[in-house]
Design a protein around this ligand. Structure first.
Ligand code: PRX
Length: 674
């Protein structure tokens, strides 16, 4: 009953009054898209790649003219800027991202399906056409405007994935506001931190979220967060469930306002380099950083990679199961697919709800052609056995994609052989929040070109990877490893960190001046293919979610009985990596187990549940250098069980600490396995 009622509500929310037949769009300019998609003939990948490396200005200028609809043309394709290695793109050009994602498709095919919302409740998918999505977007945009949101204002979106949350992103783009999507699994404190750092004026949220058959209290979390956020003037609340929530002075019912709002909203004409969105991601030190992406370069790069990495063809159903709270959701659920006029699936559920066949049942029912997901889910599913996959018809699948973390060979083989029946291209895609889109992936390449398991392999058009040694020299030749940098700017690269340009320079351009430093290490094979070998800093990757170990340590520092902590990543069978915390107690106490539980609660409430350490080990002291710096490298060796190869320990204040910690770890392991 409750399910049926919730569904009826959602459908009501989505069937707001129909849009008029004509929607205002800016006039096409001389460099609009008419006929120009053929400007780069398909199939000539090698020639394209060579040209993109040799003549990036010409290559990307052609692409931008052909791919995007401009209000006024750009006069300069790109201009290198400080710090060396970065650039600004499509200078002088003006456009609106929502027009590119919606209006241009509504003109030609208003009834084409833009989104298929695969709701948590199985079998209740909602289809939204381009025309309906434009209608939702315009009404939402007009609602934001009515409450004073203007060009340049920041708006936080704290919602689960749905047509309304996509419309919220596009509504911001339509009026030139900057969205700041915060993953709806983050705690009130994390949300508050992101709101305060970015100075958001409003939050858009749902009363509740629904995932895996359970509800989460999104509005209550927002209430908690905004208590301490004076910049917030309004909280727009949409209904995901029938549950009533307490509405306060600054709360506004989103659907009510949207029903009253005009369904036409004139798009703001934006400069190519105006901000489109900010998205917070973890660094190796300090608080999460608000990565800034701008309009034209980001959109072009997301759309271009979506088309060519996945070989997206008109009419295909594109299924990226990421949440919009991460960059994968921004680029490959929303902007890339919609700019290309694709049908994009919004997956609200989990891979195991109501059973481990969910993904493949959805593939069969929605006839998904490209399926893009995270290795952590694949590792989880392979434990349940092949029958959950084979039960369903996967003949629609053409391309499989993996993202966010290294995919191990076993998971790759299972994904390729069992899910893809050995006939789909499997692309292991490497990229980052900062790169805006996929940078290294086996496709595009010549049709039938080899794909090596668990390897990202080939740089995308215009991406020039280099490997660096510890002296900052470029490593030439093949069969070599080093720090992965990118030698030439590309349109999708981040432009800065909100409010801290110096941190941007220090994080990405200081280690190897003139190059973008990714923070990852990589191996270049004998054939010249790239394989990502891991992070070079204190960032760990839990179930594909990036997290600085310093963030967990900072959270635990709040506990009055725990003066010191050190967190490192350790290999986890399903999650890829998990957090292992070493803690020092103020004094000996019989409350050790309680303290550990309290620490877990603190981390969940200050960051998110996924950040909670799996293991907490009490030690007498941490390994420190004479200057007092914690040597996490040694702790990593302990938890990865490589203690026989500790490397140089001469800088330790007291080398006997190593044995002490190894013994404590051994005892802990014996105790946990007994
Ligand atoms: O370490 C790399 C890892 O994820 C980091 C980027 O995380 P984030 O900004 O959250 O973006 C994730 C989604 C694009 C990278 O620095 N990573 C991402 N993709 C891969 C990967 N590691 C290995 N193989 C990949 N395919």
């Amino acid at each position: 009953m409750a399910l049926a009622a919730a569904r009826a509500r959602t459908l009501r929310a989505l069937s707001l009054p129909r849009p008029p037949a004509r929607v205002p769009v800016p006039a096409r300019s001389c460099c609009s898209q008419a006929g120009a998609r053929g400007a780069l003939p398909p199939g000539e990948y090698r020639a394209w790649r060579e040209r993109a490396a040799r003549d990036p200005a010409g290559f990307w200028a052609d692409a931008a003219r052909g791919w995007l609809r401009w209000d006024s043309p750009f006069h300069t394709a790109w201009q290198p800027c400080a710090p060396a290695g970065s650039a600004r793109w499509f200078l002088g050009g003006r456009l609106n991202v929502s027009v590119n994602c919606l209006d241009q498709h509504v003109e030609k095919s208003p009834n084409r399906v833009a989104l298929i919302w695969e709701r948590d409740e199985p079998g209740t998918a909602v289809h939204v056409t381009y025309r309906e999505l434009l209608d939702l977007t315009c009404r939402l945009a007009n609602t934001l405007k009515k409450y004073g949101i203007q060009k340049g204002d920041r708006v936080a979106i704290y919602m689960s994935v749905s047509p309304l949350s996509v419309a919220a992103m596009l509504a911001c783009a339509r009026i030139g506001a900057v969205h700041n999507v915060v993953f709806a699994g983050f705690s009130a404190e994390s949300l508050a931190g992101r709101i305060m750092d970015s100075g958001c004026k409003a939050v858009i949220t749902y009363n509740q979220g629904v995932r895996g058959g359970r509800t989460t209290e999104l509005k209550a979390t927002v209430d908690e967060a905004v208590k301490n956020c004076p910049s917030i003037r309004h909280v727009f609340v949409a209904q995901r469930t029938d549950n009533k929530v307490q509405m306060g002075d600054r709360d506004i019912s989103l659907e009510e306002e949207m029903t009253k709002a005009d369904s036409i909203c004139t798009p703001e004409s934006m400069d190519s380099e105006d901000m489109l969105f900010m998205l917070y991601t973890s660094g190796s030190t300090g608080k999460p950083k608000g990565i800034i992406h701008t309009q034209a370069g980001y959109l072009l790069y997301a759309a271009f990679t979506h088309k060519y990495v996945f070989d997206y063809q008109q009419g295909d159903i594109f299924g990226c199961v990421a949440d919009i709270g991460w960059i994968t959701g921004h680029s490959y659920v929303v902007y890339g697919p919609l700019c290309n006029g694709a049908t994009s699936v919004l997956f609200e559920s989990t891979p195991v709800y109501p059973d481990p066949g969910r993904y493949w049942e959805v593939v069969q029912r929605l006839k998904i052609n490209q399926f893009y997901g995270a290795p952590t889910a694949i590792r989880l599913l392979l434990n349940y056995g092949e029958e959950w996959v084979k039960k369903y018809d996967r003949s629609s699948l053409k391309v499989l994609g993996s993202v966010g973390e290294p995919i191990n060979k076993e998971a790759w083989q299972w994904f390729y052989e069992v899910v893809g029946e050995g006939r789909c291209a499997l692309v292991d895609t490497w990229w980052q929040t900062e790169t805006g889109g996929i940078c290294i992936a086996p496709r595009p390449s010549e049709e039938k070109a080899e794909i090596i398991p668990a390897m990202a392999m080939r740089p995308f058009f215009g991406i020039v990877p280099v490997l660096m040694d510890e002296n900052g020299e470029v490593i030439e030749g093949n069969d070599v490893s080093g720090a992965l940098c990118i030698a030439q700017p590309w349109p999708g690269m981040a432009r800065t960190i909100h409010g801290d340009h110096q941190r941007f320079i220090d994080s990405y351009f200081k280690a190897f001046p003139g190059y973008y430093f990714t923070g990852d290490s990589a191996y270049r094979s004998q054939k010249g293919y790239y394989q990502i070998t891991g992070r070079m800093d204190d960032i760990i990757n839990i179930s594909g979610h990036r997290l600085g170990t310093a963030e967990i340590e900072d959270a635990m520092a709040d506990h009055p009985d725990v003066p010191e902590t050190a967190v490192v990543g350790y290999p986890h069978k399903i999650k890829g990596e998990g957090a292992f915390a070493f803690i020092v107690l103020k004094e000996q106490t019989p409350r050790v187990d309680h303290i550990k539980e309290e620490l877990k609660t603190i981390v969940a409430s200050k960051i998110a549940k996924y950040a909670v350490p799996d293991h907490i080990l009490v030690v007498k002291r941490l390994p420190k250098t004479r200057s007092g710096k914690i040597m996490r490298r040694l702790l990593r060796k302990v938890v990865t069980e490589q203690s026989s190869n500790m490397g140089d320990v001469t800088t330790l204040d007291d080398p006997s600490v190593v044995k002490e910690i190894m013994d404590a770890y051994q005892k802990y392991k014996e105790k946990s396995s007994s």
